[in-house]
Design a protein around this ligand. Structure first.
Ligand SMILES: Nc1ncnc2c1ncn2[C@@H]1O[C@H](COP(=O)(O)OP(=O)(O)OP(=O)(O)O)[C@@H](O)[C@H]1O
Ligand SMILES: [Mg+2]
Length: 335
């Protein structure tokens, strides 16, 4: 069975990735679909569609079918998945024929949705389709020894959700998932700019602000940047200057929620595993792990070592693809 092509799909709220054991990451595109509202036709998927967000004429909308860690629009999600399988198939050539596929689905998806995702991947030509929990995939992708009886702590901060899990001996010992991730930080920034400056900015601008001058709650040299939006009073375009300390205040609440989720998971840890956590610490995955100062802030707050995975944005996809090797140990968690 393991001689067949194995591919892993990370169906994320923000990004969808495909990993093949032989070729590594073969596809990495935003989870966005452009649709013609009149004909209901899918016009573009991924990067092409993301570039259309907020800029399209009336009858074309760019939508994100997954939101807050759940599938918001199921039909569009399956259409996106099909296009993605097609694109990945081209990259992989003939070797994708009848692959074994593991899909990491959003944590909030229902059993009906999971089943349907499984079916739709199968209808794209997969031989077997397995599902896996995101934190387990993240841990495997971050090279943690998940099959050993020691505590592996993973914090995956994605677009829609933050998931914290303690994994030992291939299974989840304790975990926590909150619907706060990178998207919420973007939204916090949009609200701040609207309230303080009466200026409307889009999601992509907010994300850029977060990446450039967004900081976790640590002391840092203040940075600033010029941004453009639409003045809510005059309706005209306007430029303002934002500083990193005001952005820090804007995202503070959300960051504290993330910290709280980590704390409460660690508190649930069985005492026998606590020693491992003090030694091994916590590993961060997901795009949110890249927020400036996050690693430093978290290690100050939870007083155990905090590491960022070498490839935080790819860890889940890599782990999903590799999980078949350990699947017999993961069957409990994969449901
Ligand atoms: N340098 C950065 N600084 C801060 N945030 C970042 C950075 N790079 C990416 N992000 C954020 O990471 C998020 C995407 O991460 P990721 O691809 O892991 O999410 P996802 O897996 O699609 O979502 P989920 O796991 O919730 O379904 C986005 O919110 C993005 O803005
Ligand atoms: Mg993810």
């Amino acid at each position: 069975m393991f001689n067949n092509t194995e591919i892993g799909i990370d169906l994320g709220t923000a990004n969808t990735l495909v990993y093949s054991k032989n070729k590594g990451i073969v596809l990495n595109e935003p989870s966005v679909v452009a649709i013609d509202t009149e004909t209901k036709q899918v016009l573009a998927v991924g990067t092409d569609a993301k570039n259309m967000i907020g800029k399209t004429p009336g009858n074309i909308v760019a939508v994100r079918p997954l939101k807050d860690g759940v599938i918001a629009d199921f039909d569009i999600t399956t259409q996106m998945l099909k296009q993605i399988m097609k694109k990945a198939g081209k990259q992989l050539g003939l070797s994708i024929r009848k692959p074994n596929v593991v899909v990491c689905t959003p944590s909030g998806s229902t059993s009906v949705e999971r089943r349907a995702i499984q079916d739709s991947v199968k209808s794209c030509g997969a031989k077997h389709v397995h599902l896996i929990e995101e934190p387990v995939a993240a841990a495997i992708g971050a090279d943690l020894p998940v099959d050993e009886p020691i505590a592996n702590v993973v914090v995956d901060i994605g677009g829609g959700t933050t998931e914290v899990a303690i994994i030992s001996f291939g299974g989840i010992v304790s975990c926590n998932s909150i619907r706060i991730g990178g998207d919420q930080l973007d939204d916090d920034i949009i609200q701040h700019v609207r309230k303080k400056y009466n200026l409307l900015i889009g999601e992509r601008t907010a994300e850029q602000i977060k990446m450039e001058i967004g900081y976790a709650l640590i002391k840092h040299d203040i940075l600033s940047m010029d941004i453009r939006g639409r003045d809510l009073v005059t309706g005209l375009p306007k430029t303002i200057n934002l500083t990193s300390d005001e952005i820090q205040t804007a995202i503070r609440e959300s960051l504290l929620h993330i910290l709280e989720a980590i704390r409460s998971t660690l508190e649930d840890c069985p005492p026998e595993l606590s020693g491992d956590i003090v030694d091994q610490g916590v590993i961060l995955t997901g795009g949110g792990a890249l927020l400036n100062g996050l690693q430093e802030w978290l290690s100050e707050e939870i007083v155990v070592p905090v590491h960022v995975a070498p490839n935080p944005l790819e860890a889940v996809a890599i782990g999903t693809g590799r999980s078949l090797e350990v699947i017999h140990k993961l069957q409990k968690a994969a449901k």
